[in-house]
Design a protein around this ligand. Structure first.
Ligand code: 5GP
Length: 189
């Protein structure tokens, strides 16, 4: 998606450890106009799949997930990274190693928010090693729902998870795929 690629080139910054900082439009400040266009693009790709729920993980996937859910006319749900006082009832859980925080999280979602037979689209901001996507897939499977696809804002293609996921026949749609990045250059697929 050209306007996303432009935003990455103009406002993104490559940090050590293969981390792309995009706080200017996606991870801290939210460029609502850009995010809205991204949500439209995702809707156009998945609109024939009978999506009934959008699933993401807190915190940085939520903004895009909400806009995507609005396009589909369905609710968005997000997995929490820790059990807080306001979480109760039957829970779905899945282990997930956090790429940016470098800790193992137990993703948690109230069972009542993901029902058997639902068609679930997973949305997230980044795809790196695929831990988040596979953990969310586990939640969908534990719920007895259908894993209908994955929409990602920025896939770091050089980390390989995207190709693996596509190879498994999963409908993975990434709005920008980075093939390589360094301090001085970002190359898109
Ligand atoms: P994965 O689970 O695919 O290894 O990593 C994806 C998750 O880690 C995303 O939910 C995202 O929050 C975070 N992440 C991974 N790589 C980056 C990156 O380069 N920049 C930012 N801002 N977040 C990242």
């Amino acid at each position: 998606m050209e306007i996303l690629r432009q935003a990455i080139l103009e406002k993104g910054r490559v940090l050590p450890g293969n981390v792309l900082k995009v706080g200017a439009f996606l991870n801290n400040q939210l460029d609502v106009k850009l995010l809205s266009s991204m949500a439209d693009e995702i809707y156009n790709h998945f609109n024939n799949k009978g999506i009934t729920k959008i699933l993401t993980v807190e915190a940085s996937g939520i903004a895009l997930a909400v806009l995507v859910a609005e396009r589909f006319g369905v609710n968005a749900v997000f997995a929490k990274k820790s059990k807080t006082a306001n979480v109760d009832g039957e829970l779905l859980t899945a282990e997930c190693y956090s790429y940016t925080h470098k800790v193992m999280n137990n993703l948690i979602l109230g069972k009542e928010f993901l029902l058997p037979g639902e068609n679930v689209l997973v949305v997230d901001d980044f795809l790196a090693n695929g831990q988040a996507v596979y953990a969310l897939k586990t939640l969908v499977e534990k719920a007895g729902a259908n894993f209908s696809g994955v929409a990602i804002a920025i896939e770091k293609g050089f980390q390989g998870a995207g190709d693996k996921i596509r190879g498994e026949g999963i409908d993975l749609y990434s709005l920008a795929i980075i093939d390589s990045m360094s301090d001085s250059q970002i190359v898109f697929r």
